[in-house]
Design a protein around this ligand. Sequence first.
Ligand code: CP
Length: 310
Amino acid sequence: MKRSVIDITDLTKEEIDRLTDTANDIINDPEKYAHICAGKKLATLFFEPSTRTRMSFEAAMYELGGAVLSMTDAASSSASKGESVSDTAKVISCYADIIAMRHPKEGAAYVASNAASVPVINAGDGGHCHPTQTLADLLTIKREKGGFSGLTVGLCGDLKFGRTVHSLIQALSRYDDIRLVLISPEELRLPDYVYNDVILKNRMKCTQTTDLLWALPKLDVLYMTRVQRERFFNEEDYLRLKDSYILTPEKLFLAKRDMIVMHPLPRVNEISVAIDDDPRACYFEQVKNGKYMRMALILKLLRENGAITY
Ligand code: CP
């Protein structure tokens, strides 16, 4: 039975723990993994712009000894002639052993996974979710903070459209004793379906505020996000909200000395570049961790699909 990962809940907590163990092992001994995927192909189907996710998937497959087929732009594919996501997934299954797909429409990766005969990994579907970014985030928190229990995690910015936040909250809901502080303008609050179905259902401790300065001293992790211009219907609203939160060295002075600053990137204005050299800034480490977790996930899905043994 083919196994895909569309939502972070497609992986159990134990599976995520094993993926982080594999990623740590890859970091410590990359040569051990350098040829496992020889002769196998990853197709990256990106119907929406990306730098990190696509290139880290591709780097991941190369570092496992495999090859990559890349579609970087919907306009240069037959999607521009009206080909459906299902047909595209069926066709690419004839060429590749595994597919990573990004699409602007929520649910597109799920549709692709139902049509494909090879595993599909959701690389971001509209404002819905982004499970492999969450894997990168979890590895970063685990490596930097040693675990999850007892942490107060602040999520700041565009919590409405920020798909990475939706997936991360879902993942954190499985760990004990986590406190969330949701920091956003009223108009960009977390959607009800995440708040009710994840936070309330799992009885997570959670506070909502518009005030980053009030929240900062309480946090162990601050996860900043970009206001997602591409999801707004109205440019005026975007311009009014885009600079709601800008983390500067002066503001960071209020934070704990061991708080970590995360961001899925790309950043626009939310974090001053003056913070990049602060030891608490972890966002470029997050980028590296994303590649290792994607390597671990590719290995897992190809092995479960019988395409590799190791
Ligand atoms: N974090 C992230 O998804 O970045 P890209 O849009 O560049 O892939």
